[in-house]
Design a protein around this ligand. Structure first.
Ligand code: PMP
Length: 364
């Protein structure tokens, strides 16, 4: 059989090998249930236990304080682009968006259908290579929330500390799809955190939403039942059939992250991996370049280009031959991108850096 490759995809992305092995061992027969998790009733005791455990592990990992609810939903982070304004605003309410890349731009555009969003800063003219000092921006005190994308998956910019919302109810909303559970987060500073699972914590099909309880129960009348946080909170994520197998997988990943020592340990590893890769890029005397400003470079998604851009196709092809796949940059920006989420082992980074040095030696 062919060996597993180092998968640098942006999502769905590489998963911890121990988790895959465990899922494999339990796939056919889950504990005493006599069946696979895929075959279980979502209201039976075995699945209820799986769901409770997943939630409990996430609470422990993120040290989620009292007064917040955790939801396991469907529809991807994209659905949350609409669910957030539908749950938090009336159609006339102003809200503020900081646009640091394609994902926050999409979130802003979707919100235009359901409330009155303003872009208080956009990095578009600078090709989304930086993050502003939000303190220096003018926020609307009447805004219902301030929305940010914690980590822009395509452009590789990541907030290193989170801004303070200056709106009446102090509501900060963050799309954490691509850095969820990659480092500790002070959940108490947020109104809503949402994330698709398929980068750091599981397969696609599960969307995690963490919402402050006072923000629940104010959805617009037109809100589809599937987008109403109150309905999902009241039903413990079981209003309808949830993505059962995906939730089971997320639970296994949460357990694995706890076994590693929790998010402080995970962050240390992520910092070390990113540092090795950025140092290789910066130390290449311009052969490789990362366009992102140093102090906001993502620990998760590392975009880079070749000075001799005509060699990029060859770089990607050769890397693939050496079992390092999915290094092509997003179609909207080109170049390369290495996504190095929690589950990317240090060995994958070391192999990539050795390959980059070798490629440079042959083409410089
Ligand atoms: N936000 C961010 C930051 C993302 O990276 C993505 C997916 N790449 C999305 C939103 C959209 O997520 P989904 O495909 O789960 O709807």
């Amino acid at each position: 059989a062919q060996d597993r490759v180092f998968n640098f995809a942006a999502g769905p992305a590489t998963l911890p090998e121990t988790v895959l092995r465990r899922a494999q061992s339990e796939l056919y027969l889950y504990e005493e249930s006599g069946m696979s998790v895929m075959e279980m009733s979502h209201r039976g005791k075995d699945f209820m236990f799986i769901l409770e455990k997943a939630e409990e592990h996430l609470h422990t990992l993120l040290e989620i304080p009292l007064g917040f609810s955790v939801l396991f939903l469907q529809g991807g982070a994209t659905t949350q682009f609409a669910a957030v304004p539908l749950n938090l605003c009336t159609p006339d309410d102003p809200v503020d968006y900081v646009v640091t890349g394609s994902w926050s731009d999409k979130a802003f555009k979707e919100a235009q259908k359901y409330c009155k969003p303003s872009v208080i800063w956009s990095g578009k003219s600078g090709k989304y290579t930086t993050i502003p000092d939000v303190r220096s921006l003018e926020q609307n005190p009447k805004a219902k929330y301030l929305h940010i994308c914690a980590n822009e998956t395509i452009h590789g910019v990541e907030y290193k500390d989170y801004p303070s919302p200056e709106n009446r109810d102090g509501v900060l909303v963050a799309d954490m799809s691509s850095n969820f559970c990659s480092k500790p987060v002070d959940v108490s500073r947020f109104g809503v955190i949402y994330a698709g699972a398929q980068k750091n914590v599981g397969p696609s099909g599960v969307t995690i939403v963490i919402v402050r309880d006072d923000l629940i129960g104010h959805a617009q009348g037109i809100t589809p039942v599937m987008l109403d946080y109150k309905i999902h909170v009241e039903n413990g994520s079981l209003y309808n059939t949830p993505p059962c197998y995906g939730i089971y997988m997320c639970g296994l990943v949460f357990e694995e992250l706890l076994e590693q020592g929790g998010l402080k340990e995970v962050e240390k590893k992520n910092k070390k991996k990113a540092e090795i890769l950025y140092n290789a890029i910066d130390g290449s005397k311009g052969f490789y370049k990362c366009p992102v400003e140093k102090d906001v470079r993502s620990l998760m998604n590392v975009p880079f280009t070749l000075e001799k851009s005509e060699l990029e196709g060859e770089f990607i092809k050769e890397a693939e031959k050496e079992n390092m796949v999915q290094l092509k940059g997003h179609r909207s920006v080109g170049g390369m991108r290495a996504s190095i989420y929690n589950a990317m082992p240090l060995a994958g980074i070391q192999k990539l850096v050795a390959f980059m040095e070798d490629f440079q030696a042959r083409h410089d």
